[in-house]
Design a protein around this ligand. Structure first.
Ligand SMILES: Nc1ncnc2c1ncn2[C@@H]1O[C@H](COP(=O)(O)OP(=O)(O)O)[C@@H](O)[C@H]1O
Ligand SMILES: [Mg+2]
Length: 244
C-alpha cells in the first residue's frame, strides 16, 4: 500500500511539479498514474522512492514514511525507473547479483530466480554481456528482473512498457496482474490511455501537477460523459489534460 498525503514538489524557486497530491494505492490493485509528458509523474515517483525530497507532505509505504523512516521504507518497494541506462559497464548478471546482494536475497534462491526470470523475458543468452551492448528494451527487462528478484510487496514502475517488445510487454502485464492478485501493490505511470485502460483496476489522472480524476475506467467514461459524446475516450482524455 502506498499513501501520498498532501504531497508537493517545487523545483528551484517556483516550478511546482507536483501540487498538493493526496492519493492511496491499495493492496491488491494495479493503479495507473496517467498524464501527459511534463505532468509530474516521474517527479511523484522520485519522491515516493526517496530519490528526490518532498517540498511538503508525506508518503507512506506499507505505513513507513519515506521522509522519516527512509531506510525501512526503501526495503518495501522495487522501482523500475524511466531511464534504464544504469551501470552500463556491468554485465547483466553482475547487475542482478549486485541487486540481490543489496536486498539480501539468499544465494540459492537468487540463482534460481535469475534463471527463471531471464527465461521468461528472453534474456538468458544476454546476461553475460555488458549492459552497454543492450537495446533500450533489454535494459528495461533487466531492471524489471532486478525488481522481481527481491520480490518486494510494492512495485513502482515509471513508464514500464516503453521500449518493450510485444512479447515482453505481455509478460510484464501478466506479472503485474499476478502480483496484484496476490495482494500486493502495483503502481505504474504511463502517458498512454490505452495501456492504462487494458491493465489497471484504477487510474489517477495528473496534469500540471494536480490530480484531476481518480477511479475506474468506466467511472472515467462517466466523468467525461464519453457515452453522450461522439468523441473517443482518448480525445476526451486529451482535452481534459489540455494536450493538443
Ligand atoms: N530536476 C528538475 N528541475 C526543474 N524542473 C524539473 C525537474 N524535473 C522535472 N521538472 C519539471 O517538472 C515538471 C514535471 O516533470 P516530470 O515529473 O518529469 O513529468 P512526467 O514524468 O509526467 O513527464 C515538468 O515541467 C518538468 O520540466
Ligand atoms: Mg516521466
Amino acid at each position: 500500500m502506498i499513501e501520498l498525503i498532501n504531497v508537493t514538489k517545487v523545483y528551484g524557486k517556483d516550478k511546482v511539479a507536483v501540487d498538493d497530491v493526496t492519493l492511496t494505492i491499495n493492496d491488491g490493485e494495479i493503479f495507473g498514474f496517467l498524464g501527459p509528458n511534463g505532468a509530474g509523474k516521474t517527479t511523484a515517483i522520485k519522491m515516493i522512492t526517496g530519490i528526490t525530497p518532498l517540498t511538503a507532505g508525506d508518503i507512506l509505504i506499507d505505513g513507513k514514511s519515506i521522509v522519516r523512516d527512509a531506510l525501512e521504507a526503501k526495503q518495501l518497494f522495487g522501482l523500475v525507473p524511466d531511464d534504464p541506462n544504469v551501470l552500463l559497464r556491468l554485465k547483466g548478471i553482475e547487475y542482478l547479483n549486485f541487486i540481490a546482494t543489496v536486498y539480501d536475497v539468499p544465494k540459492d534462491a537468487r540463482d534460481e530466480r535469475i534463471k527463471k526470470l531471464a527465461k521468461k523475458f528472453n534474456l538468458s543468452n544476454d546476461l553475460g554481456n555488458r549492459i552497454e551492448t543492450y537495446s533500450h528494451g533489454m535494459r528495461q527487462k533487466l531492471l524489471v528482473i532486478g525488481v522481481l528478484l527481491h520480490d518486494p510487496n510494492n512495485w513502482i514502475l515509471d513508464e514500464p512498457m516503453t521500449g518493450l517488445d510485444p512479447h515482453s510487454s505481455f509478460v510484464m502485464k501478466e506479472m503485474m496482474r499476478e502480483h496484484a492478485d496476490n495482494g500486493n501493490t502495483v503502481f505504474f505511470s504511463t502517458h498512454v490511455l490505452e495501456v492504462a485502460e487494458k491493465v489497471c483496476d484504477r487510474i489517477g489522472i495528473i496534469a500540471k501537477g494536480k490530480i484531476l480524476f481518480v477511479g475506474t475506467v468506466p467511472e472515467l467514461r462517466e466523468f467525461l460523459h464519453a457515452d453522450e459524446s461522439d468523441k473517443s475516450l482518448e480525445q476526451l482524455f486529451l482535452e481534459l489534460v489540455g494536450d493538443e
